[in-house]
Design a binder for this molecule. Structure first.
Ligand code: XIL
Length: 317
């Protein structure tokens, strides 16, 4: 039977999902079975974030990330490493440290080198930096942008450390609200072009694509194309399409259309690597915790029935 991964492969793309040790080892076997049957790429939902992997300075906690990497390798799934440098899910020893440029440089280099070296050759793509822009395309306020006085310096430090640690990994810069033309997408394109011109090893831009049913921009595909051109490669890294809950039947069919639109935008670009969907079932999606009154964003409903969105993804490929 056709699966998401057979549909993606027919267009030379991958289709990914997320997992967590709770799903790999836990009582929810359906999650694990669908992940294995339908997808051929995986991101750790939380296990590779800085607070999970280096909770104290130089104190690394590998169990959960190892579980995801071993599971993926045993099942022939490729991995997107998510994520090395991010203002969120950042342990307080980093966020609240009193750093100079020099000491924070060492902290970033040590984190990137240690994590990437452990999984060298096992992780196909890394989100080296995540969500560094504000909505107008300037620097988001974070310990990193404050200490370095902007983005260029710490992004350069992180990507150089990443390339040195695993020269075979595809190195990405990842963000959300790159789904339409505007200040944020322009800021991303300009930063990536500028740094690449200076020899910074950025290979790819990741567009998270946390979308809303019925509101996919008419510039979604042209914007993805401009991201792909600026970096040389791009990927859709966290696709979900949320609605007010409960979602109506017309909402479900609009969502199907919207999934097709998003997936097809990647398929139409030879240098778009693939599409990762940020979850499997609506019952385990991050959306209801963060967007009050919204959810129903994924291709399987809370009881693991395929929604029209599932066919929408197949149709996009
Ligand atoms: C989310 C996870 O899905 C949640 O489990 C967690 O509580 C918060 O983070 N952008 C990202 C992802 O880059 O790492 C986020 O994942 C969703 C938004």
């Amino acid at each position: 039977a056709q699966t998401l991964k057979s549909a993606a492969a027919s267009k030379g793309k991958y289709v990914g999902t997320i997992t967590d040790p709770a799903y790999i080892n836990g009582s929810d076997r359906t999650y694990n079975t669908i992940a294995l049957n339908e997808f051929n790429y995986v991101s750790a939902e939380n296990s590779m974030k800085w607070d999970a992997i280096e909770p104290s300075n130089g104190g690394f906690s590998w169990n959960n990330a190892d579980t995801v990497v071993n599971w993926a390798q045993q099942n022939n799934m490729k991995i997107r490493g998510h994520t090395l440098v991010w203002h969120s899910q950042l342990p307080s020893w980093v966020a609240n440290g009193s750093w100079s440029k020099s000491t924070l440089t060492t902290v970033i280099q040590n984190h990137v080198r240690t994590v990437m070296t452990r999984y060298k050759g096992k992780i196909a793509q890394w989100d080296v930096v995540n969500e560094i822009f504000d909505e107008s395309g300037g620097a988001r306020s974070s310990v990193f942008s404050r200490v370095f006085g902007g983005l260029d310096e710490f992004v350069t430090i992180a990507f150089n450390a990443a390339r040195a640690a695993d020269p075979s990994a595809i190195l990405c810069i990842n963000d959300y609200n790159l789904d339409y033309s505007g200040g944020k997408a322009t800021g991303m394109v300009n930063l990536v072009k500028r740094l690449k011109a200076n020899g910074v090893p950025i290979d790819c831009i990741g567009s998270q694509a946390h979308l809303m049913v019925g509101q996919v921009s008419s510039s979604f595909s042209s914007t993805l194309s401009s991201l792909c051109s600026a970096a040389g490669k791009c990927a859709i890294t966290e696709l979900d399409i949320r609605a007010k809950t409960p979602i109506s039947s017309s909402g479900l069919s609009q969502q199907q259309t919207d999934y097709t639109t998003a997936v097809r935008a990647c398929v139409n670009l030879s240098n778009c690597l693939g599409v990762t969907v940020w979850g499997i079932t609506d019952s385990r999606s991050w959306i209801p915790q963060v967007f009050s009154g919204e959810g129903a964003a994924l291709p399987w409903d809370g009881s693991y029935n395929k929604k029209p969105a599932y066919s929408g993804i197949i149709a996009g490929f």
